[in-house]
Ligand binder design. Structure first.
Ligand SMILES: Nc1ncnc2c1ncn2[C@@H]1O[C@H](COP(=O)(O)OP(=O)(O)OP(=O)(O)O)[C@@H](O)[C@H]1O
Ligand SMILES: [Mg+2]
Length: 321
């Protein structure tokens, strides 16, 4: 479905060049879910936006390939690009209020979106489609006449998901879709995305800083740190055999109700300034395993198992990815 190869995205800002995403590769199949996790500023959103060629100025994709259904989207023509967004890839962002126009009724948002991409669709047809997707996300169809402020936060996020579904995309990228919601609503929204994935054979990419949210709901997990992918594996392997010290740290900070006496630990320190990266491994200043070499050389990404990749010298000697 989606194959990303050695993707690099840079922002050419006044203060210097930020390589927000560097040499990232992953693949995700039809009806599969990929979780992208990491702390703030590690490049998750930039990676997500690059999949729809939506990286804002002054950012640009400087290297790599994004193959969607066998086609390299970096080579698409302008008219093909319009088809890509909405029809192939759709987005759900963190804060629905910034994406919804407060003076427009819910139905009008859908009509505009559908008819921009499919001008031949009549208003009546667009309304029918809107109601169907609202029902799919658990909202009464009569709500088409509501304004955004008449809905709760969770309902607004459901509306955004219905809107993302309106053109029957094959891939949905959800960037921190539940961060603004309480934990119960959070779980419901993620369950909803999962139900839609199953019903429509959708491919899902969920971006979050909270590993616990995607661990059980994803087939694969991509862990990002300071623009690098530091670990990439099946979720089960991330859970049972985390290899990168950063991933291990993320797991140690998740409460586990099966462990009676669990010591919760946050990872000490904070991610580096992207304009002033440490020499060597980007994680060494926070790593309890760091050796002399880690401060000098950048570790390569190594394949430690069939579908397990990690960027750490501790696993050298295993095949290079
Ligand atoms: N428009 C921009 N111009 C310049 N630099 C940017 C721009 N957008 C993002 N960056 C930089 O790129 C890096 C990655 O940012 P990005 O927003 O992708 O991270 P993130 O993992 O999504 O963070 P968060 O969890 O806070 O959403 C950061 O260092 C950020 O400062
Ligand atoms: Mg982000």
């Amino acid at each position: 479905m989606l194959n990303v190869e050695a993707l690099t995205v840079e922002y050419w800002a006044k203060r210097g060049k930020i390589r927000a995403v560097e040499d990232v590769s992953f693949s995700v199949g039809k009806a599969e879910t990929l979780g992208i996790v990491g702390e703030s500023g590690c490049g998750k959103s930039t990676l997500g936006l690059s999949l729809g060629l939506l990286v804002p100025y002054p950012g640009r994709i400087t290297r790599g390939q994004i193959i969607l259904k066998g086609k390299d989207i970096l080579k698409l023509k302008k008219n093909e690009l319009r088809n890509l967004r909405g029809r192939e890839i759709s987005y759900v962002f963190q804060d629905p209020m910034t994406s919804l126009n407060p003076v427009k009724r819910i139905g009008a948002h859908f009509a505009e979106f559908i008819q921009t991409h499919e001008p031949k669709v009549s208003s009546k047809e667009a309304l029918e489609r809107t109601k169907k997707f609202l029902v799919d996300v658990g909202i009464q169809p009569e709500r088409v006449n509501d304004y955004p402020h008449q809905l709760s936060g969770g309902m607004r996020q459901r509306v955004m998901i219905a809107l993302a579904m309106a053109l029957n995309p094959s891939l949905i990228v959800a960037d921190e879709p539940t961060t603004a919601l309480d934990v119960i609503v959070q779980a419901k929204i993620l369950d909803l995305l999962d139900a839609l994935r199953r019903a429509y054979g959708l491919t899902l990419i969920i971006i979050t800083h909270d590993l616990s949210l995607v661990l059980e709901r994803s087939d694969k997990i991509l862990v990002m740190y300071a623009g690098h992918m530091v670990e990439y594996a099946r979720s089960l392997d991330i859970y049972s055999n985390p290899q990168h010290p950063y991933t291990q740290g993320l797991l140690r900070s998740i409460p586990n109700i099966e462990l009676a006496e669990q010591k919760l630990e946050a990872i000490a320190g904070s991610p580096p300034d992207m304009l002033n990266l440490p020499q060597g491994c980007r994680f060494w200043p926070r790593c309890h395993r760091a050796k002399e070499r880690c401060r000098i050389q950048e570790p390569p990404l190594v394949k430690t198992n069939a579908e397990h990749y990690v960027r750490c010298f501790a696993y050298e000697g295993v095949k290079k990815a």
